[in-house]
Design a protein around this ligand. Sequence first.
Ligand SMILES: *[C@@H]1O[C@H](CO)[C@@H](O)[C@H](O)[C@H]1NC(C)=O
Ligand SMILES: *[C@@H]1O[C@H](CO)[C@@H](O)[C@H](O)[C@H]1NC(C)=O
Ligand SMILES: *[C@@H]1O[C@H](CO)[C@@H](O)[C@H](O)[C@H]1NC(C)=O
Ligand SMILES: *[C@@H]1O[C@H](CO)[C@@H](O)[C@H](O)[C@H]1NC(C)=O
Ligand SMILES: *[C@@H]1O[C@H](CO)[C@@H](O)[C@H](O)[C@H]1NC(C)=O
Length: 542
Amino acid sequence: MKSTLLFLQLALGAASLASDLPVFSRYSRRQDVPTFDWDSIAPSTTLNWVTCYSEATQCTRLSVPLNYSDPGAGSAAIALLRIPSPLGLAGSPAYRGPVLINPGGPGGSGVEYVLSSIGSEIASVIGEEFDVIGFDPRGVANSTPRILSIFNNDVERAEFGLGYNDYDMEVSSLPTLPGRWARMQVFGSLAQGRDNGLLSHVTTDNVARDMMSIVKAHGREKLQYWGFSYGTVLGATFAALFPDNIERAILDGVLYFDGYYAADRINDIVDADKVLQTFFDGCAAAGPDLCAFHSPQPSAIKQRLDALYERVLRQPVPAYSPSLPQYGVLDYALLKSTVFAMLYAPYLAFPILAQGLKLLEDGDASLLYQLAMPRGGEVIAVVDCADGTPVSDSPATLAEYAKQASMKSSFGSQVAAVRLLCSGWKIHPNSFKGPITANTSYPLLIIGNTLDPITPLAAAKEAVKAFPGSVLLTQDSPGHASVTTPSECTYRHVRNYFLNGTLPIVGTICNVTTPLFPPRSANGNDSTSVAAEYVKRRMFIV
Ligand SMILES: *[C@@H]1O[C@H](CO)[C@@H](O)[C@H](O)[C@H]1NC(C)=O
Ligand SMILES: *[C@@H]1O[C@H](CO)[C@@H](O)[C@H](O)[C@H]1NC(C)=O
Ligand SMILES: *[C@@H]1O[C@H](CO)[C@@H](O)[C@H](O)[C@H]1NC(C)=O
Ligand SMILES: *[C@@H]1O[C@H](CO)[C@@H](O)[C@H](O)[C@H]1NC(C)=O
Ligand SMILES: *[C@@H]1O[C@H](CO)[C@@H](O)[C@H](O)[C@H]1NC(C)=O
């Protein structure tokens, strides 16, 4: 229990309210990371970097027009954080400028992402010639104004209960759909009524224009970029809007762009069950010492998981421990979405998932409950729904859609939920929604994993067709986007692309050498480090 506790303090530090308020930020800040007062920087149209958070990072706020067609209509301040290039700081001619990072979401904070240990890993992969820049998309986190102002405070937000329940589109829960649909109509009206003038401007095309502004503020004309998950939609949208302004762009963990802009994510889920199968296979092969949920046959492990689902469906399990900050009830939908989220980062998550499932079998839901980070909140909903074509589904059409999704995958409910979230949305600006295709000034590097639970390899192949000259690099691993599974081979290609402009030979497949259930090592023998690492790295839901 002690090790679990330490992990919780790391992972849930920002959310450890002594209550069951839902966790809205999927990237909880670690407690040992210092804070920074962004208000101490005045927004400006020039970049004035100041040291922030630590000696290793610098911040600035860039003022951009809310509406690029109407500069008088107010402005937003984009929060940027960079790990500066040592060569740039030294004034070396080898300095190559900024690489912008988007971690996904929508609604993911690039500032938090680059600030985390992932930022320094990205910096070491792309090399000292480049600055690594994380920015919070307009409306998000440290950028102002903020989307979060739809609710007056966390109590109201919690009371409204926009959270994982709205992602519960399991066939078993469809009888509750009409009531939840009605609540989403309220949410749409509430957002419209409380809109401070921001909500029609947070669409992805405007975030792409902000990236152009960031590049220009650096005195440059062309973008260098690495985007993950939803960040591939952002990068592709930039490429479609500004095809002549691409220096380098990596789209890593690619969605179906047309599906994204149609608020129809159903095809993104098609490989999720195959990723789960790697859990069964890997666990059976690893043996009982390395996989706590071990059975000799993969099919037996699958049966045990199915039995757990059934048990929890009939009887949700209370999760409470006096020493843990989070308590509540582990029900079927939460169990399902927790297992699903852990498919994003198999190499980090599978050992701890196995422990959680074993404990649950013994009647203890506390570990799985702590690992579950209810998704959601309004930021994802707002950007998704504003970007997507209007959803006018009735409860009956939604139920039919959820059934279709469940035929694509046992995790179909996870994507069907987007329809529900958007079913009451009323703010539909006339924003750019495609076509997402262009002849770019430099070829894009597209990265796809062989088995990705939420951005299938087939979508990456579509992206290659949309951008002539772009090249697909396949990473032979389960998991979401390449960074959840370090591969030296992938990193070498990324570095080579940024530095030399070299694209992989068509058909290149990078191997991953780490085993799924790794032998215990000096720094990884307890669940603490594994689970903490997992939570740090988990990607945003696209
Ligand atoms: C942005 O400004 C243009 C020009 O005034 C206007 O037509 C358009 O509706 C505005 N966009 C939004 C989302 O308000
Ligand atoms: C890209 O260039 C080719 C060859 O010139 C042209 O046929 C095609 O229409 C262009 N695609 C786009 C999206 O502009
Ligand atoms: C980039 O090109 C240089 C010069 O040809 C070469 O030495 C180097 O290995 C290349 N970089 C990478 C990361 O392959
Ligand atoms: C990648 O792994 C496959 C299967 O294990 C193996 O056949 C292949 O040789 C490996 N490729 C490299 C470059 O290591
Ligand atoms: C972790 O386990 C391995 C193999 O069981 C062992 O060799 C190593 O000493 C352990 N490390 C720690 C820090 O306990």
